[in-house]
Design a protein around this ligand. Structure first.
Ligand code: FAD
Ligand code: SF4
Length: 510
C-alpha cells in the first residue's frame, strides 16, 4: 500500500535513510505554513531562508526520482491547516500509512501526535537521524543529579563518540581550552570576507509579501547571502575549515564595529534546518585539523567542537527534559517591556546599536553579542523574558525554539533559576570594553560610575544585583559580587536606584 511521509521545514536532511532508495509507493508532503510564519513576527530573511531551502530540497530530491506534494505559501489550494492537509493528501494518495520525523519543537510534537491519533490509517514517527543524542539522553545522563553541568555532559560526549580522545584522555591533555579563547580583535589577523551567495530571491519575496505574512528586518532581494542548498552549506563548511578555523577559538568572544562575523562559521541555519548534520561538520573540521596540524592549534578546534558536540546537544537535551514548563519560567520575576530600540537599533548605546542593528540588517549576531550585549542589557533592565524570547525567536536566521529558548530564557536571562547557567551572565561596561571597540566611540563613558554620560550598564549592573539579591543569597558564585554590593554607601545606592529607574524608562534621555 501507499505511504505518505511528512517533512517539516527544519527537516531538510537529504541523507536521511528515507531517501536511500526511490519507492513509487511513497509520497513526500511538504507545505509552507502560516502556522510557522506567524507564531511570532519573523525577520524576513528567516522566512525567506526556510522557504527557499525547502523548495531547493524538494527540487533536488525530485530530480533523484522521489515523489512530492508541495504546497507553496501562496497556493490557493493550500488550506493552511496542518491536520486538514495531512488528511486530504492521505486520502488523495490512498495512503495506508502516514509517517513523520520526530519534530524538535514541543508545539509541533504535540500537534502531530494529535493528528496521528485522529487518522484512521497506521501512523509511525521516526528519528530525524540528525543529532548525536536522542531526545531524552541528557535527561537520563543527569538522572538523580542536582546540577546539570555542561562540562560533564560534554566530556561524556567526547568519550562516547571518540572525538579528540585517546584511551579516555583528551587530546592535548586538556578537555577545555576556554581560557585561551579570549582575545580582543584589534585589526589583525585579517578577517576573510564571509562566504556569501548573492542569490536573487525577488520572486519568492513577492510571494511572501502577497500572502500577507507579517515580518520585519532588512533584505536585499538580489543578494541573499545565506546557504540554502546542500552544496551551499558544504561550501560554507569548507570555507570555515580553510579560512576561519585557524583563529576561531582565539576570537570567538571578540566584537568589532566593522566586523559582523569575525571568525564565526555562520553554520547555525544550515545545521538547524538539518541541511548538514553536526557529525558532518565535526568530521570535516577534524579531518582538516589533522591535515594541517602545523598551522592550526588544538585550542581553536576544541573551542569549535565544544559549541556543537557540547552546547548544541546539551541545549537540545535540556529542552526535552524541561519542556513544556520551561517556556513559562520567570524565576527572577522580570516584567519590564522591551524598549523600542530593539526594533530600530536606534540608541546612543553603541554596543546595542551595533549588535541590534546587525541583527535587524542581517538576521545574525554572534554568540557574545547575543549574550553579553543584548541579553546582558535585557537582564540588567529586568525585561520580561516572554518578550525577550519572542524577539530572539523572530530575529535570528537560526532561531528554532529548542535552541533559542534554552539559550535566551536559560543561559542569558537566568529565568530558569540556574538550570543552564550557574550564575547570571551580567556585566558592567568593563567586559564589553575588554572584548570590543564599541566603547571608544560611544556617547556614554565606560569608565564612569556616575555623573554625566555614565554608561547605563555600569549603573544597571548594581541595581540588578540589589533588586534581585534575595534570589542570589544562596548562590556561592555570586558571593563576591554581593559583598561588593554590600560595601556601597546609602547615598551611592540611592543614586543607583534612581538613575536605573530613569534608564529603564528611557536610556537615551541623558
Ligand atoms: P559559531 O560561533 O561558528 O559556532 C558554531 C556552531 O556552534 C553554531 O553554528 C551552533 O550550531 C553551535 N553553537 C554555538 N553556541 C551554541 C549555543 N549556545 N547553543 C547551541 N548551539 C551553539 N543558536 C541557534 O542556533 N539558534 C538560536 O536561536 C540561538 N539563540 C541564542 C540566543 C542567545 C541569547 C544566545 C546567547 C545564543 C543563542 N544561540 C542560538 C547560540 C549561538 O549564539 C549561535 O548558534 C551562533 O551565534 C550561530 O552563529 P555561527 O553559526 O556563526 O556560530
Ligand atoms: Fe555599551 Fe556602555 Fe560601552 Fe557605550 S560605554 S558601548 S553603552 S558598554
Amino acid at each position: 500500500g501507499a505511504t505518505l511521509r511528512l517533512i517539516l521545514g527544519d527537516q531538510l536532511n537529504q541523507k536521511h535513510s528515507w531517501f536511500d532508495s526511490v519507492d513509487d509507493n511513497v509520497t513526500y508532503l511538504m507545505a509552507e505554513m502560516r502556522q510557522e510564519t506567524d507564531y511570532v513576527k519573523h525577520h524576513i530573511q528567516k522566512v525567506t531562508a526556510f522557504f527557499f531551502a525547502m523548495r531547493t530540497f524538494k527540487e533536488e530530491l525530485s530530480e533523484k526520482g522521489h515523489q512530492f506534494i508541495y504546497l507553496k505559501i501562496g497556493d490557493p489550494n493550500n488550506p493552511q491547516d496542518l491536520a486538514k492537509i495531512i488528511e486530504t493528501y492521505c486520502d488523495a494518495t490512498d495512503a495506508v500509512r502516514f509517517e513523520y520525523q520526530l519534530p524538535d519543537e514541543y508545539r509541533l510534537d504535540a500537534q502531530l501526535k494529535q493528528i496521528a491519533k485522529s487518522l484512521k490509517i497506521d501512523t509511525h514517527a521516526v528519528d530525524t537521524e540528525h543529532f548525536y543524542t536522542s531526545r531524552y539522553e541528557l535527561k537520563n545522563f543527569f538522572s538523580g543529579k542536582k546540577q546539570l553541568l555542561m562540562e560533564s555532559f560534554y566530556r561524556m560526549m567526547r568519550k562516547k563518540h571518540g572525538i579528540m580522545v585517546e584511551n579516555g584522555q583528551p587530546d592535548g591533555g586538556k578537555w577545555n581550552y576556554d581560557q585561551s579563547n579570549r582575545k580582543k580583535w584589534k585589526g589583525t589577523p585579517e578577517i576573510p570576507h564571509e562566504r556569501g551567495f548573492r542569490k536573487d530571491v525577488t520572486d519568492l519575496l513577492k510571494e511572501i509579501e502577497e500572502s500577507g505574512v507579517k515580518n520585519f528586518g532588512e533584505i536585499d532581494p538580489e543578494k541573499f547571502n545565506w546557504p540554502v542548498s546542500r552544496s551551499d552549506c558544504l561550501s560554507v563548511l569548507n570555507y570555515f575549515c580553510k579560512e576561519l578555523l585557524v583563529h576561531f577559538g582565539d576570537y570567538q568572544d571578540a566584537m568589532h564595529t566593522e566586523e559582523k562575523y569575525l571568525f564565526h562559521s555562520r553554520l547555525s541555519f544550515a545545521m538547524n534546518a538539518k541541511i548538514i548534520s553536526p557529525k558532518e561538520v565535526i568530521d570535516k573540521v577534524l579531518e582538516h585539523f589533522h591535515e594541517n596540524k602545523e598551522v592550526i592549534d588544538i585550542s581553536q578546534v576544541e573551542g569549535f567542537v565544544r559549541q556543537i558536540l557540547g552546547w548544541r546537544e546539551y541545549m537540545r537535551g535540556i529542552y526535552w527534559k524541561e519542556m513544556p514548563g520551561y517556556a513559562q519560567l520567570n524565576k527572577l520575576e522580570n516584567h519590564n517591556p522591551l524598549p523600542d530600540f530593539f526594533w530600530t537599533g536606534n540608541t546612543k548605546m553603541n554596543c546595542l546599536k551595533h549588535a541590534i542593528g546587525q541583527s535587524l540588517s542581517d538576521a545574525y549576531a554572534h554568540h557574545i553579542q547575543r549574550l553579553m550585549v543584548i541579553g546582558n542589557f535585557a537582564l540588567l533592565a529586568q525585561l520580561n523574558p516572554d518578550e525577550v524570547d519572542q524577539w530572539y525567536l523572530g530575529v535570528y536566521i537560526d532561531a528554532i525554539e529548542w535552541v533559542e529558548i534554552t539559550n535566551t530564557r536559560g543561559m542569558s536571562q537566568f529565568a530558569d533559576g540556574g538550570i543552564v547557567a550557574t550564575k547570571p551572565y551580567v556585566s558592567s561596561a568593563n567586559y564589553i570594553n575588554k572584548m570590543s571597540d564599541y566603547c571608544g566611540s560611544c556617547h556614554y563613558k565606560h569608565t564612569q560610575k556616575e555623573g554625566e554620560n555614565v554608561c547605563p550598564f555600569n549603573v544597571l549592573y548594581w541595581n540588578f544585583l540589589d533588586a534581585k539579591k534575595a534570589h542570589f543569597k544562596d548562590n556561592q558564585r555570586m558571593n563576591m559580587m554581593m559583598s561588593l554590593l554590600e560595601k556601597k554607601s546609602a547615598s551611592e545606592m540611592d543614586y543607583i536606584r534612581k538613575k536605573s529607574a530613569e534608564i529603564i524608562e528611557n536610556p537615551d534621555t541623558f
